[in-house]
Each structure stands twice: as C-alpha cells, then as structure tokens.
Design a protein around this ligand. Sequence first.
Ligand code: ZN
Length: 187
Amino acid sequence: MYINNAKKVKCGIVGGAQMVFGMMSGIMAFVGILEVIGNDPLARDIWGFFVFLTVMTPILFYLGVNNLIVAYYSTRLNEIFLLHSDRIIPVAEITRKMSTDKMLKYLQLMLRKKCFVNVSLNYAGTQPVIVLEDRAVGENARRNHMTEYIVVVCPNCGNSNSVKKGSIANCRSCGQFIKGGGFIERT
Ligand SMILES: [Zn+2]
C-alpha cells in the first residue's frame, strides 16, 4: 500500500462537503441577488453577503473538485503502483494511462497533501519520474531496508534508473553502464 487511506477518505469527505456548500452558496447568491434587484428591503440590507457568496461559490467548487480528484486519483495511482514492475515510473506513462495532461500538477498536489507514503517525485533526469521508495509498508520492510535503491540518471541519455546501491547496472533506455553510487573507486 502506497496510499494514505485516512488522507484519501478525508479528501473525499471534505471535497464532497465543499461541493454541497458550493451549490448552496450558489443558489443563495442567485436568489439573493434576484431579491436585491427586485428591491426587497431585507435583501438590500445584506447585499454584501450575496456578493460574498457569489465570490465564494466558484472557490468552493474549485476546492471541492480538486479534493475529489485527489481522492479518486490516489486510489487509481495506488493500484498502478502496486502492479508496476519497476520502482521508477515516468510521469508521462501515468499521464497516458490516466489521460490527463495535468498529472504532474496533481501528483505534486497529492504528495503535498501527503496522500502517499514511500512515493516521491524525481526531476533529475530528462523527464520527471515517480520513485516508489520501499515496496509495501511493513511487508518485507526489514529486507527492503537492507537493500537500498537509488535513482541514477544515465550520463548518456538522461533516463532515470533505479539501481541497487553499490552495484552496476545497464540503463533501461540505452544500455549504458551506470553505477549505483556508494562505490569505492579503484584507481
Ligand atoms: Zn541511458
């Protein structure tokens, strides 16, 4: 599990509430402004409140949609992460899978909101990649702890690779030899 379920549930509830309040706010603003136009004395006294609601409505909808998207995407991404065979996933691959060109923006938002654990973004290579730090939390945690992987950017093509620390591997993209750091260089 890479998903922070408590966070996901919270985003879903908060997002839903924001949508409901956004709708209520929109209806009240609409009705209120009609009454102000219709010269209702009570409505005219609190016209500022209706202006406030008019401003709040799109803000509430915006926040609500974002929270619901975060809740939905974090579930979908967790499934993709669990099924993925590599520790490194190019953001472009997720963008294709989820058919949204704002995936990087949402990923950053989700990480900022701490919707995931053991997931990070790495911008060192030619394209941003998602790095799955350790496999499932608790599962083989001890063994995973012993085997440390690092992100190595290929000096030849700029592709980001996941390499076991202290080992040599081939770039997945171009085959160039790359080193997983932590080496004592032989001279
Ligand atoms: Zn390469």
